[in-house]
Design a protein around this ligand. Structure first.
Ligand code: NAD
Length: 280
């Protein structure tokens, strides 16, 4: 059995090319999809993420408006900016890069974004829509995982899926999406007893933990599909996932690499949400 490497970088490029064509059609109808990107402070990782998002916008033809605010910005000032962006008809999507400085309550900010412009899919209305199966924005990393598996024809219906991690941005929404695909879903987390045993039963194993090489071959059933969401930086500066890739590779029927797996899909799905917001 040879293992399929699910190439997120290439798949994301395909999606971006499809979106580029869609945006060209929108522009013929005088609609210019526009994303407002808000960054507060000087978190280095955030700066890189924002740069990559803006670069993707440029490639596709989405106009990006950049708001880079000082790390001392107050919650009121940020709320005022969001209200302004909410009311602008030429702004279709609003993205506030997380994390925010500690004087700002993230929950209040996410709540303030108009749900119809919430291209990150973090507003409780969009989270609720996802859980009751209504239309709405789905957060980008989980949406990217499903899209990647679909484009690699990975069957999900009836499969036993184990998700490690229960965060609001990955673990919970990917579990809801897998359920929507008719999978049987188990959510594991830091208090799960005998995690390896839970994972050994998985046809599809999704790791979203944030611990380098945490998932060893002892977690993996032969033939399992492995999706590695983790992005961890090692002391030598290299990026690695939550899955010990080399030792799990031969056991897996399909696996995502880090980097070049889920990461690029996240940005592609953000772009997809922006185009969707402009289309609506
Ligand atoms: P988080 O810290 O919010 O959540 C981590 C989850 O892992 C928690 O629910 C926790 O219960 C669980 N966990 C921690 N230790 C555990 C253990 N020993 N056993 C079992 N479960 C354990 O993190 P997050 O925001 O969900 O992100 C997870 C990882 O995914 C991080 O590495 C992050 O950088 C990465 N990430 C990648 C993308 C992407 O685009 N590829 C997007 C978001 C997050």
């Amino acid at each position: 059995m040879s293992t399929i490497i699910m190439n997120g970088k290439k798949t994301a490029q395909d999606i971006k090319d499809e979106l580029k064509a869609e945006v060209a059609l929108l522009k013929e109808k005088s609609i210019e999809p526009t994303l407002a990107v808000v960054l507060v402070g000087e978190n280095q990782a955030s700066q890189v993420y924002v740069k990559n998002k803006k670069r993707a916008c440029e490639y596709i033809g989405i106009r990006s408006l950049s708001y880079e605010l000082d790390c001392t910005t107050s919650e009121e000032e940020l709320l005022k900016l969001i209200h302004d962006l909410n009311s602008r008809s030429d702004v279709h999507g609003i993205l506030v890069q997380l994390p925010l400085p500690k004087q700002i309550n993230e929950g209040n900010i996410l709540l303030a974004i108009d749900p119809s412009k919430d291209v990150d899919g973090f507003h409780p209305i969009n989270v609720g829509n996802l859980s009751v199966g209504r239309e709405g924005f789905v957060s980008c990393t989980p949406a990217g995982i499903i899209e990647l598996m679909k484009r690699y024809s990975i069957p999900m219906e009836g499969k036993k899926c184990v998700v490690i991690g229960r965060s609001n941005i990955v673990g919970k929404p990917i579990s809801m999406l897998l359920l929507r695909e008719n999978a049987t879903v188990t959510i594991c987390h830091s208090r799960t007893k005998d995690l390896a045993l839970e994972c050994q039963g998985a046809d599809i194993l999704i790791a979203a933990i944030g611990k380098a090489n945490f998932v060893s071959k002892d977690f993996v059933k032969k033939g399992a599909v492995i999706v590695d969401v983790g992005i961890n930086r090692l002391e030598n500066g290299k990026l690695c996932g939550d899955v010990a890739y080399d030792e799990c590779f031969d056991l897996a029927s399909a696996i995502t690499p880090v980097p070049g797996g889920v990461g690029p899909m996240t940005i592609a799905m953000l772009m997809k949400n922006c185009v969707l917001a402009a289309t609506k």
